[in-house]
Design a protein around this ligand. Structure first.
Ligand SMILES: *Cc1c(COP(=O)(O)O)cnc(C)c1O
Length: 356
């Protein structure tokens, strides 16, 4: 069946695959919903996007992104409110960030009408794929990559933008153990650390594999010059509660991804009257605070994981264990507050919720 709406051509599946998925026990990133959006950019313009059944792509082996990595992505979640109606969390912020990444990677801007309206249309179409359990959601993955068939190195001229969606359970289901990395580097001023470019993740696989072999879950990266100031974790921004202050690395050096969850957390804390400091924070300051008994909480924030408590932070031979989770006022409050807003259980006073 082919229906042309204002912006999209919609080809619906003949038969939904939804019965193949156990939505009550869904994991993260294993299943993909019935439909996807595909848009081509060519001759300086986006063509009419098409929503079609989720399917494999067919690409030339000379497709440029496979060789030179002009590829970027985003991550957003949709939830169901208590009445079963879908809501999407802050998609306009992801749209803006997608275009900051696109700009740095010499890729075209994705118009709001394709990015946000595309997400809304897909969520509406595949709304039955949104699980309803606590900590579950429909994870939305927009991405763009260069598709010139040309193996010379030059900025590409043709691009593909795709959105797929995936019913998702919790990303981490227990507190994480973090290794403070001061040998390998994630980002440098002038580099691409502030973008969601594929290369930022490709380069992290080897160091991550190495620390996983030693039993850690994730890396906390330090700065590229002195290997001293903490930056962020894999796919999460990082917060420390020291005494009664909350401290998070500032994002002004273009080395850290400006998380939408990070921004939401800072906003909620400040509204509650908590002091949040966005500044450089060295690993030595964290060690000193821990040894003085002042390091109360440490957690990562991201769309995939929401709030991920850290139970241990290891720097060289200093394994800093955090107090038991029951005593954490800040992270536990934030997790509940954020969930209540995302699942539509609490009034959205910030215009964060978008309904498809
Ligand atoms: C996606 C991501 C985050 C978290 O961003 P959100 O918008 O909160 O999901 C943080 N750091 C990195 C490196 C990321 O890729």
């Amino acid at each position: 069946m082919s229906v042309s709406t204002a912006e999209f051509v919609v080809n619906k599946v003949e038969n939904s695959r939804i019965n193949e998925v156990d939505l009550a026990n869904v994991q993260f990133g294993k299943n993909y919903s019935d439909h996807m959006l595909v848009a081509y950019y060519e001759d300086g313009a986006w063509k009419q996007p098409e929503i079609m059944p989720y399917n494999n792509l067919s690409l030339s082996p000379a497709t440029t992104f496979m060789h030179y990595g002009q590829a970027i992505f985003e991550g957003i979640k949709a939830y169901k409110d208590p009445n079963g109606n879908p809501l999407i969390f802050r998609p306009y912020d992801n749209w803006k960030r997608m275009n900051r990444s696109a700009h740095r990677m010499a890729m075209p801007d994705v118009p709001m009408e394709i990015f946000v309206e595309g997400i809304k249309t897909l969520v509406q179409l595949d709304r039955d794929w949104i699980p309803t359990g606590e900590d579950t959601s429909l994870y939305i993955r927009p991405f763009m990559f260069a598709v010139d068939e040309f193996i010379g190195v030059r900025p590409a001229e043709k691009f593909m933008f795709i959105i797929i969606t995936s019913p998702a359970g919790p990303y981490y289901n227990k507190p994480v153990s973090i290794f403070v990395q001061d040998q390998y580097v994630r980002a440098f001023p002038g580099g691409i650390g502030y973008t969601k470019a594929a290369g930022n993740y490709g380069m992290s696989m080897y160091p991550t594999m190495k620390i996983k072999e030693k039993g850690y879950d994730q890396i906390l990266w330090t700065d590229g010059f002195e290997h001293k100031y903490v930056q962020e974790i894999g796919t999460m921004n990082v917060f420390f509660v020291i005494g009664d202050k909350v401290i998070t690395p500032d994002i002004n050096q273009d080395t850290i991804l400006a998380g939408v969850t990070r921004d939401s957390v800072i906003t909620l804390l400040q509204e509650k009257g908590v002091v949040v400091e966005e500044r450089n924070i060295s690993i030595n300051e964290i060690q000193d605070a821990h040894h003085a008994g002042m390091l109360k909480e440490a957690f990562g924030t991201g769309t995939a994981a929401s709030i991920a408590p850290i139970y241990a932070l290891t720097y060289h031979d200093d394994k800093m264990e955090l107090p038991p989770l029951e005593k954490w006022d800040v992270a536990n409050w934030l997790k509940k507050e954020l969930s209540d807003i995302r699942y539509g259980r609490k009034e959205d006073t910030h215009n964060w919720i978008v309904r498809p």
